[in-house]
Design a protein around this ligand. Structure first.
Ligand code: IPE
Ligand code: IPE
Ligand code: MG
Length: 241
């Protein structure tokens, strides 16, 4: 899709929102204040991305490794999650956004699981951007869960060994039916994937900014998309169509 400034808008943008803790530290605030501010930035980014014409936006909200943080920080993140889920439902409805969660949700408290299910159910017919939140998500965990589901189907005979292809494998992942990301943006300067979308990022263009997540805004997103526009995308040495 092309917008008014002749930018080609990537169909799917994946985000690693990092740096909430550093943002708070710089201001002498507790880490949780950084997370709170980060949630406000997520809300704003959903609206900005939807208006820009991005079709899929996937954000990494909580990784399978994030449970290792202090009980206090994990607890605060869960409380924020509860609060912002309700706000997100309103924003999604107002912006025709379909919400989907990826990751293993059964580890969350019952009310959070219900909230996630409600968000998905009440926005499933929206036809605008799809907003995907990765919670209790890990790329390796997703691949292992997919392998288990496949093994179960092999056992019942509904899937045959010879039928397993890359496409079939992908259909067992949490992201089934969602195109692979075109652009990955990581805030706060870290040059690693942190177990994010390991299968899906195979040919994604990577953009890292030093901007801390709570400071991310429309200009930062545009800068990332402009950099993406200058890339010479290739798949196996062959130019992209
Ligand atoms: C990202 O910010 C938010 C989550 C991972 C939940 P961090 O909390 O990782 O912030 P830094 O990396 O410590 O600055
Ligand atoms: C990645 O950030 C996970 C999320 C943004 C949810 P982390 O801050 O947890 O990653 P590392 O520990 O720096 O790799
Ligand atoms: Mg971090």
């Amino acid at each position: 899709m092309e917008n008014t400034e002749n930018r080609t808008i990537p169909e799917h943008v994946a985000l690693i929102l990092d740096g909430n803790g550093r943002w708070a530290k710089r201001r002498g605030l507790p880490r949780t204040m950084g997370h709170k501010e980060g949630c406000v930035t997520v809300e704003k980014t959903v609206e900005i991305a939807a208006r820009m014409g991005i079709r899929y936006l996937t954000v990494y909200g909580f990784s399978t490794e994030n449970w290792k943080r202090s009980a206090e920080e994990v607890g605060a993140l869960m409380q924020l999650f509860r609060f912002y889920m309700v706000r997100l439902l309103k924003i999604a409805k107002a912006n025709n956004v379909r919400v989907k969660m990826i990751g293993e949700r059964s580890r969350f408290d019952k009310d959070i699981v219900e909230g996630i299910n409600r968000l998905e159910a009440e926005t499933k017919d929206n036809t605008g951007m799809t907003f995907i939140i990765a919670v209790n998500y890990g790329g390796r965990d997703e691949i292992v869960r997919a392998a288990r589901k496949m093994a179960a189907d092999l056992e019942t005979g509904s899937l045959k060994k010879e039928e397993i292809t890359e496409q079939v494998f992908a259909s067992y992942l949490d992201t089934a039916g969602i195109p692979d990301p075109d652009l990955l943006i990581r805030t706060s300067g870290e040059l690693r994937l942190s177990n994010y979308l390991l299968w899906q990022l195979a040919y994604t263009e990577i953009y890292v900014t030093d901007c801390l997540w709570p400071d991310f805004n429309k200009e930062e997103l545009e800068k990332a998309i402009d950099a993406y526009n200058k890339r010479d995308r290739r798949f196996g040495g062959v130019k992209a169509k």
